[in-house]
Design a protein around this ligand. Structure first.
Ligand SMILES: C[S@@+](CC[C@H](N)C(=O)[O-])C[C@H]1O[C@@H](n2cnc3c(N)ncnc32)[C@H](O)[C@@H]1O
Length: 287
């Protein structure tokens, strides 16, 4: 499989630990759920990376991480977050839930700097960060049956139909998530894009190892008969992109939950709610 260098510019330039913490994200034939945006790391974020990186930023590695050791020997439950953005929600949850440890993953360098800054300002000790593709982190660094929870908040919705294949929540990735959760552990997702919420619901509800904790029933509203998967596509193992079946369009499904109190609303989310836009929370338990 060809490995091509994707990133040439080092975002943590000229820093003593750069090679240890910044592993070039390579391009494989897998479709990525992100594009690396050009974004400047501010002086404050860079200072946080320099000063706190050695303590809180875990380098990507090709072998399994000892989670207890990564959190200075702590045996507290371990929650993984995928795609923390600028980290405001992550820092608030870590401060609120001091009885848990949080391993947070993001590819965007300024976000890593921003969350390290929040770690310093809040004196948070129960957070560790990895700057890498979460798919590879889960595959290589996280042992099966080792996580007590997973958070995925406002994953990129990839609005355009031709980009739906980039959406993170697809059956194959969900199977990877389930394999890393302990029995009775939870998976919590939130999105403000109705069509992605329905995709999440249909993909996750189809997994027999997951139990949707919602009591409500919903019908699919944003997919139409023109979106359904064809028999030929269903037979092909190579089809990775979610498409509903005709049966799913006509059926009722276990639905969404109220926002759990530990998840704070973001500024962006509050603005959307005022404008009448929806937010959907999904919480599952592994059987
Ligand atoms: C729309 S933002 C949401 C950020 C944050 N969770 C929030 O609620 O504000 C999605 C984030 O996920 C990150 N992301 C997408 N795919 C990723 C992956 N495979 N591994 C790590 N981060 C990823 C993106 O870089 C982006 O910052």
């Amino acid at each position: 499989m060809p490995i091509v260098r994707l990133v040439g510019i080092h975002p943590f330039q000229n820093k003593p630990f750069k090679d240890k913490y910044f592993v070039n994200i390579t391009r494989t034939d897998r479709i990525r759920s992100f594009v690396l945006r050009a974004g400047r790391t501010t002086t404050g974020q860079q200072r946080a990376i320099d000063e706190l990186g050695p303590q809180f930023l875990i380098p990507f590695q090709e072998h399994v991480l000892d989670l207890q050791q990564a959190f200075s020997g702590s045996s507290r439950p371990k929650i993984l977050e995928i795609g923390f953005g600028m980290g405001e929600t992550t820092a608030k949850i870590a401060a609120l839930r001091s009885e848990d440890d949080f391993l947070a993953i993001e590819v965007h360098p300024p976000g890593v700097g921003a969350l390290l800054k929040l770690i310093g300002e809040g004196n948070l000790t129960n957070l560790r960060l990895i700057r890498h593709d979460a798919v590879e982190v889960l595959e290589k660094m996280i042992a099966p049956n080792s996580l007590d929870g997973i958070h995925i908040y406002f994953a990129d919705p990839w609005h355009k139909k031709r980009h739906h294949k980039r959406r993170l929540i697809q059956a194959q990735f969900v199977k990877l998530l389930i394999s890393r959760l302990k029995s009775a552990a939870y998976l919590h997702l939130a999105t403000d894009w109705h069509n992605y919420a329905e995709q999440m619901l249909l993909v996750l509800n189809a997994e027999s190892d997951l139990e949707n904790t919602s009591r409500e029933k919903i019908s699919v509203e944003t997919f139409a008969a023109t979106d359904i998967v064809s028999k030929i596509e269903l037979a092909k193992e190579s089809v990775k992109e979610f498409k509903p079946t005709l049966e799913q369009l006509g059926a009722e499904h276990a639905g969404y939950v109220e926002r759990p109190s530990y998840r704070p609303t973001t500024k962006f989310e509050n603005r959307g709610i005022k404008l009448g836009h929806g937010v959907w929370d999904l919480v599952y338990k592994k059987n």
